[in-house]
Structure formats: C-alpha cells, structure tokens
Design a protein around this ligand. Sequence first.
Ligand SMILES: O=C(O)C(=O)C[C@]1(C(=O)O)C=C[C@H](O)C=C1
Length: 372
Amino acid sequence: MTDSLDAQNDSRALEEGLAPLREQIDGLDRELVELLNRRAEVVVEVGKLKRDKGGAIYAPDREQRVLERVRALNEGRLLPDTCIEAIWREMMSGSFALERPLRIGYLGPPGTFSHLAARRKFGASVEYDNLADIPLIFEAVDRGDIDYGLVPIENSTEGFVTPSLDGLMNTRSRVCAEVLLPIHNNLLANCDAPDIKVIYSHPQPLAQCRRWLSAQFPQVPRVATTSTSKAAEQAAEEPGAAAIGTTLAAQIYGLAIQFENIEDSGENTTRFYVMARQETGPTGDDKTAIYFTTKHRSGALADVLDVFRDEGINLTHIDKRPSQRKNWDYVFFVDLLGHISDPHVSKALSEAAEHCLELRVLGSFPRATQPL
Ligand SMILES: O=C(O)C(=O)C[C@]1(C(=O)O)C=C[C@H](O)C=C1
C-alpha cells in the first residue's frame, strides 16, 4: 500500500517536474523551426542565383567551411560535435531540395557501404540511384544522368579498388569531394552460428575479416559476391547462409546481426571520391588528385616525385595500375596536399608534366579529416 502510494507520488512529482521543462523545449522548438525556415529562405535565394548564373548546387568547399564554423561555435558546449555535424549535414541536404533536387549514384543494391557513405554525406532530402557496378557510376555522371556519384577508392586494410582507379582513367568527370567512412562489418544470418554452412560477401569485406573468419568459422566456405547487399539478399533466401555486410543491409533484407564489428583492424576505413561535372574551390586545406604516365627512361618516376619534394608538397596516396593500352605501361595515381589554384601546386604540376607522357588533374577538393 505504502509502496503504491510512493509510486503515485513519484509519478505526480515527475509529471509536475517535466511539465515546465517540456514547455521550455516546446518554446525552443518553435524558435528553431522559425530559424530553420529563415535560413531556408536565404538558401532559396542562393539556389536562384546558382540556377541563373550556372553555379554548382553542391558546394563541397562551402560545406567544409560551414561545418568547420559550427564545430568552432560549438567548442566547449554541451552537444558533441558529431551531433552538431549530423544536424547541419541534414539541414544542408534540405538545402539541396530547395535549390534543385539532386540525384546521387552509388554502388548498389541498397544497403552497401557505398549506400551508407552516400546517405551520410548527402542526407535524406536527395534522390538515390543504386547502380550495378562502378563503371556505370562514372558513365552516369559523365552522361549527366546523375548529379554526383560515389566511388570507393581505397580501403585502409585492403588497399585500392581496381575498378575505381580504372574508371578514373576513362572518365571526363572530376573529383569534387572525398568521404571517409569507418567500415564496421557484421555477420548477418537468420540461423544460429553453429548452423552456418556458407558465408557470402564482397571480396573486400571477406579479406578485411580474414583472421576473424579463420578463428570463428575455420571450416565454413567463403563465397564472393558482387556486393555486400547481394550477399545479404542471398543469405536471406538460403537456409544456413550468412553474409558479411552493413547493419543497413540487415534491416533491408530482414537478417539478424549475429556478430558486430568483425573486421580484423579496428580502424578499418574506406575512402570514397565524389565524382561530378564541376570543380571545387579552395578551402585552405585541400587535396588534388592526379594520374600520370611517365616517359620510358630510367629515373622518370623519381624525376616526377622529386618535383613534388622540391616544392615541399606532401603526397597522401600513390598507387599504380596497368595502362591497359600497352603491356607493362603503368598509370600512377597520386593525391597531394594543396589545391590546383595554389601557385606552388600549379607550378609543381606543370614541371611534373614535363617528365610525363600524360598528366591529368582529376580534381581538387577539401581534405576529409573527420570520418562520416
Ligand atoms: O552556400 C551554398 O552554396 C549553398 O548551397 C548553401 C549550403 C547551406 O545550406 O549552407 C547548402 C549546401 C552545401 O553545398 C553548402 C552550403
């Protein structure tokens, strides 16, 4: 009896305490909606100007500055930066819808890591196109079927993504932004662990989880699929099958998450390029992506690299692929720190070009420092 009286008193005190606090929240929400819409009215003006004068709707340099500014304003405050950043990203997604609805292409089917990266970068107010393979993403941007296309470039554990580097050699589009996505692999299945008879996934996650799989499922065959979502789709249909994929794929294909974060390296991260038919202005903390083929003489590659060393330009990524034009001819892909409009960068690129058969600038873009 006393217990139930105490409980009633607590519940009344809770209600009485909550009521004025919730009233304050309601008032603040009213102000926030008002402020958000006043911001939106300005964005509509930005959109009109861009449509009239031909400016790009997505401005990665401005996006970077806005995010940096709000992170600085938030310093020492209550909400974590990640929360502030997520709110602003979603707000800027709304800005796209007000300026001109954007179509974003990614490597499908829905639920892939590329889908996750695209959603975190562009938010809920754009349209998404899932494309069957990476060459199709480049083609769709080139043709103008989509506004922006995300392509995975390299993974911190497994290295470069072959079709993306090959796509860069053949595209007319530019790299306008980069995205870092922490990759957390999950084992998805609708049966218990001892009943798993086959594990499907894309070759990259299979490799990223090699040690974990060997320790936990040494006898279970691993079968490669074209994407993690295809793997999830198959696991959902086939009794005794599991897939390595995203939590988003688990939701979409109705699979249970049996094990989380099974990647061998806790810092497993994939870097994506955002491809577009536009150039990005400087922010002061940028990268430039290029590819080149060197002349056939000894020391040609060293000559190119020396130019960057002499200008004090830091290279953040270097990979090579066969040129596919002639046997044993290679194309080198380099990301360097700096924007093409920085005088020392443009000087170094002109000098480097003298040692090359071909040197193409793929684009300058803000350096991604924060994983999405
Ligand atoms: O300033 C711009 O160019 C905008 O399009 C506005 C805005 C924003 O909402 O702040 C929207 C999207 C990003 O591209 C950058 C900024």
